[in-house]
Design a protein around this ligand. Structure first.
Ligand code: GDP
Length: 528
């Protein structure tokens, strides 16, 4: 197949949702359609229940065995689909934000009864800011839930999206009869049998036809006609370009558990979802069909096997072909690296691949060369941007609990930070190390992993920090900045890249500092 054909047939996306909305179930059904798995239950949920650390460890262990859950690839109607895993749990939100830099589009799953939930809001906001095309799937239609119009309203208001339904439910819960597919103009009847993988659909191109009444009953048909007419009047006509530009979000209804409405979603998805998109770098915009390979690391997966301290760096191919055993430039280190066993991912396994194309994800074995955001090229000096660090929510001092193992501790902390598990700040005043995380869960995870993977022990000590702000003085040599550094010396630290960070102990002191030092900018993310 020609290079351009390979690009055209790729769709790389993520499914985002609040935990429990049905992301895992939907993923599994999509894989069933692709023939990538044979039965339900094959996809491991990455869910952390009630924030239990033991759960997380168990999940990490399972994931270690089956890393394939990070990327699930399958083919459907000759389209190569790559699904990137995005943890829904809020403590892992940063992981999800980073993964969103590698997707070309997303599907947002919403629970029909719960409507728009907190994590959905945050994740959709990130996608909206990056103009990522989004399709919404409203799930669990077999249960009693909110009215379709009410939900569409809620999505518009809370998620600030412009929606247009491409399917419409006929009844709901006990009365759920099926779905009218606006996109394909047919009716799909609900039988509640999850084992079906091919649904029977009835073509209804003329809504006023008697056939509709025969199919779902006069009353339901009447309601459907009214609702569709209303929808037609209220919502904009679907337009593919608006969707691709991130200005219009089509909505589908269904029930993932019952494998209902999923084929419709998938068929529309492969039709409208974007092929690999161009990406901005620090020097220029890079197009997928350029001849030379470029790619970037968006995720690092920890020690699959504790006996070898091996990691897997996940690279998204942005342009050109990634080839096995060909030397590529690691731009940050300025050195050439060759990879003899790059992995490609399938639903249940990973395999060594010779060639990967734009949109694909390649897993590279790494002994510590990579950190998140690193760029590989065929020699061009360019770096992809767009993976910021966010100000953490929780802060603690980290202490060495075993003086004989200080080297191991240092190395462990270093590598865990490169993976993006947490952020390290070193206090200017006394060199003490502070760990900042998005969720409280990460502290236990770090402690556990330091011990089990690096043989090091640590303890934590509380530290009162409200927010970490990256500091940007207008005049680095000026009097105001010198005064700031003198007065706030106790609260200043350096992050891993050596950037100055202000660890404000309260909202009040941050506000005071901002007022007193107007020429200094206080940033909540490291990218400015
Ligand atoms: P995730 O946390 O978003 O990955 O959600 P899961 O896929 O694990 O689903 C959460 C729960 O909702 C599970 O118990 C599923 O069986 C259930 N579920 C998923 N889809 C449906 C659906 O369409 N109908 C009903 N009734 N339950 C569903």
């Amino acid at each position: 197949m020609k290079f351009s054909e390979e690009i055209k047939r790729r769709r790389t996306f993520g499914i985002i949702s609040h935990p429990d909305a049905g992301k895992t179930t939907l993923t599994e059904k999509l894989l069933l359609f692709g023939g990538a798995i044979q039965e339900a239950g094959a996809v491991k949920s990455n869910k952390v229940k009630k924030g239990a650390t033991s759960d997380f460890m168990e999940i990490e262990r399972q994931r270690g065995i089956s890393v394939a859950t990070s990327v699930l690839a399958f083919e459907y109607k000759n389209i190569k689909i790559n699904i990137l895993d995005t943890p829904g749990h809020k403590d892992f939100a940063e992981d999800t934000f980073r993964t969103l830099t590698a997707v070309d589009s997303v599907i947002v799953v919403i629970d029909v009864a719960k409507g728009v939930e907190e994590q959905t809001e945050k994740l959709v906001e990130v996608c909206r800011m990056r103009n990522i095309p989004m399709i919404v799937f409203i799930n669990k239609l077999d249960r009693e839930g909110k009215d379709a119009f009410e939900l569409l309203d809620e999505i518009e208001q809370k998620l600030k999206l412009t929606v247009t339904p491409l399917s419409f439910p006929i009844g709901m819960g006990y009365d759920f009869k099926g779905i009218y597919n606006i996109w394909e103009q047919n009716v799909n009847l609900f039988t509640g049998d999850p084992r079906r993988d091919i649904e029977e659909t009835v073509e209804i191109s003329d809504l006023s036809s008697k056939e509709l009444d025969n199919l779902i009953g006069e009353k339901a048909a009447g309601t459907l006609r009214e609702e569709l007419e209303l929808a037609h009047g209220v919502y904009p006509e679907f337009n593919k370009q608006d969707y691709l530009d991130g200005n219009l979000q089509p909505v589908f209804f269904g029930s993932a558990l019952n494998n209902f409405g999923v084929r419709e979603l998938l068929d529309c998805f492969i039709n409208i979802a974007p092929t690999p998109r161009p990406k901005d770098s620090d020097t220029r915009k890079v197009l997928p069909d350029e001849k030379d390979f470029t790619g970037f690391v968006f995720k690092i997966h920890a020690n699959m096997d504790p006996k070898h301290r091996d990691r897997l760096a996940f690279i998204k191919v942005v342009s050109g072909k990634f080839e096995r055993n060909k030397p590529y430039l690691h731009v940050r280190h300025g050195k050439n690296l060759k990879f003899s066993s790059p992995n490609a991912f399938f639903a249940e396994k990973k395999e060594i691949v010779e060639v990967s194309y734009p949109g694909d994800i390649v897993g590279l074995h790494d002994t510590g060369n990579f950190k998140i955001g690193d760029t590989l090229t065929e020699g061009e000096q360019l770096m992809y941007k767009g993976i910021p660090s966010f100000s953490p929510e929780h802060f603690r001092y980290i202490n060495n609990a075993d003086p004989m193992k200080s080297k191991q501790l240092e190395k462990g902390i270093d590598q865990l930070m490169d993976e993006g598990v947490a952020q390290l700040f070193t206090l200017e005043m006394n060199g003490r190390k502070v760990i900042g995380t998005v969720g409280a869960l990460q502290f236990e995870v770090i402690q556990y992993r330091l011990e089990h993977e690096y043989g090091a022990k640590c303890t934590y000590e509380n530290l009162n920090v409200h927010k970490a702000c990256w500091i940007e003085p207008e005049n680095p040599k000026g009097e105001e900045f010198a005064d700031f550094k003198r007065v706030k010396s106790k609260y200043l630290a350096k992050d891993k890249r050596g950037q100055l960070v202000f660890l404000a102990d309260s909202a009040f002191s941050l506000q005071m500092a901002q007022q007193k030092y107007p020429s200094i900018k206080f940033h909540y993310t490291s990218e400015f």
